[in-house]
Design a protein around this ligand. Structure first.
Ligand code: PEP
Ligand code: MN
Length: 339
């Protein structure tokens, strides 16, 4: 009879299985993390009561190794899917801004001036939008400009004007905020916060709008990858605000004939990766009025949930983005081409 035959295999199997069950039970308490055990206190108490055949150093080493192996297993597990992902939620999210729905059956558009300049200026655009049955208007009260000497927006006064427009014209108002403290300041004035391209990775701002329940239009950073764009939205959802809309607004490339390069492929990529709605801003992506209608149609054909574009009653005297804002007449033709 050799030594192997002498082993009670069944008994050994039973003991090993019991050890594995105990390991599972242990991991259920420590959550796979040895860090949660106060090493010194834990082992000295354990060893004081241990009367088995192994010496203290061996026992401690053995248990520490088991804990390490357990946390290696935990880090090998797949992380949960992102909240923005289709894997987390397969059905499309519909974001409600005032009476408008973005991500539903019909496209929902956001038009309006680049910047809020006066009540009269915004009211002229608002009346034109209202006549067309549109439900939202945009306009910047805080303008993050490339040069510090350019018009920076009316700030608080701009917010007051937007609030008045909302009351007088019954349109939902959308405007960019650029600092976490603007969330409280603008909460009462706006129906949705816009996060501009330059702030897509301003993580403190993303967390701040995430703590509000107001819808957020998140614009793509000018050099941001789709993955970075998705993670930026994740910051907002992770704080508890699921009302996020992506807005593709063009990226920087070598091409000089347009202000930026409209990345149409971003639309189906975002729609496939995420359940959140997607808008396309044809103003900042192209910077060219003569191709805005074609680009808007392309965006909708690619699956966009709506279009953003800038309209000004008198673009020639606009305080920002003079060359690319549509006049009311140009806007008539643009809008007609989309319906
Ligand atoms: C805007 O929409 O007013 C704006 C400044 O656009 P972006 O952040 O995309 O440059
Ligand atoms: Mn603009």
């Amino acid at each position: 009879m050799n030594q192997d035959d002498a082993l009670d295999r069944e008994k050994l199997m039973e003991i090993d299985m019991a050890l594995l069950d105990l390991l599972d039970e242990r991991a259920a308490i420590t959550g796979h993390s040895g860090d949660r055990i106060d090493g010194a206190g834990h082992y000295s108490r354990l060893l004081a009561n241990y009367e088995g055949m192994y010496d203290a150093a061996f026992v401690q080493d053995l248990l520490e190794n088991l804990t390490d192996a357990s946390s290696r297993q935990a880090s090998a597990e797949d992380p949960p899917p992102l909240l923005v992902s289709r894997a987390h939620q397969s059905a499309d999210t519909i974001v409600r801004i005032g009476d408008a729905e973005i991500g539903g059956d019909a496209p929902a558009h956001i038009f309006g001036p680049c910047a809020v300049e006066s009540y009269r200026q915004v009211a002229e655009v608002a009346s034109a939008l209202k006549q067309k049955g549109l439900k939202m208007i945009r306009g910047g009260a805080f303008k993050p400009r490339t040069s510090p000497y350019d018009f920076q927006g009316l700030g608080q006064e701009g917010l007051e004007i937007l609030k008045e427009i909302k009351e007088t014209h019954g349109l939902a108002v959308v405007s960019e905020i650029v600092a976490p403290e603007h969330v409280t300041m603008a909460e009462d004035h706006l129906d949705a916060f816009q996060i501009g391209a330059r702030n897509m990775q301003n993580f403190e701002l993303l967390k701040a709008v995430g703590r509000s329940q107001k819808p957020v239009i998140l614009k793509r950073g000018m050099s941001a990858t789709i993955e970075e764009f998705l993670y930026a939205a994740e910051y907002i959802l992770a704080e508890g605000n699921g009302n996020v809309v992506f807005c593709e607004r063009g990226i920087r490339t070598f091409e000089k004939s347009t202000r930026n390069t409209l990345d149409i492929s971003a639309v189906p990529l975002l729609k496939q990766a995420s359940h959140l709605p997607v808008l396309v801003d044809v103003t900042h992506s192209t910077g060219r009025k003569e191709i805005m209608s074609d680009c808007a149609k392309a965006a909708l054909a690619a699956g966009a949930d709506g279009i953003m574009a800038e309209v000004h009653p008198n673009p020639a005297i606009a305080l920002s983005d003079r060359a690319q804002q549509m006049s009311l007449e140009e806007f008539d033709n643009f809008h007609f081409s989309l319906i």
